[in-house]
Design a protein. Sequence first.
Length: 68
Amino acid sequence: MRMIYVCEEEEKEVGRKKASGTCPYCGGTVEAVDIEGKGKLFCLPICLRFKRKYLCSSCSRRLVLYPS
């Protein structure tokens, strides 16, 4: 028996605000972007997730925070 999963992830930007610090690559300002993700299976919503990503406003690179 073979099972086929038809999954889909839909992401939408919820908000954007200025974060503290500067970009280590270009020295630009950093923005915190809140993203809402919806997981679907056969067009039925399964889960709702919120993520926060950090981006440079000058060079548009995604910045990753490492714990110290």
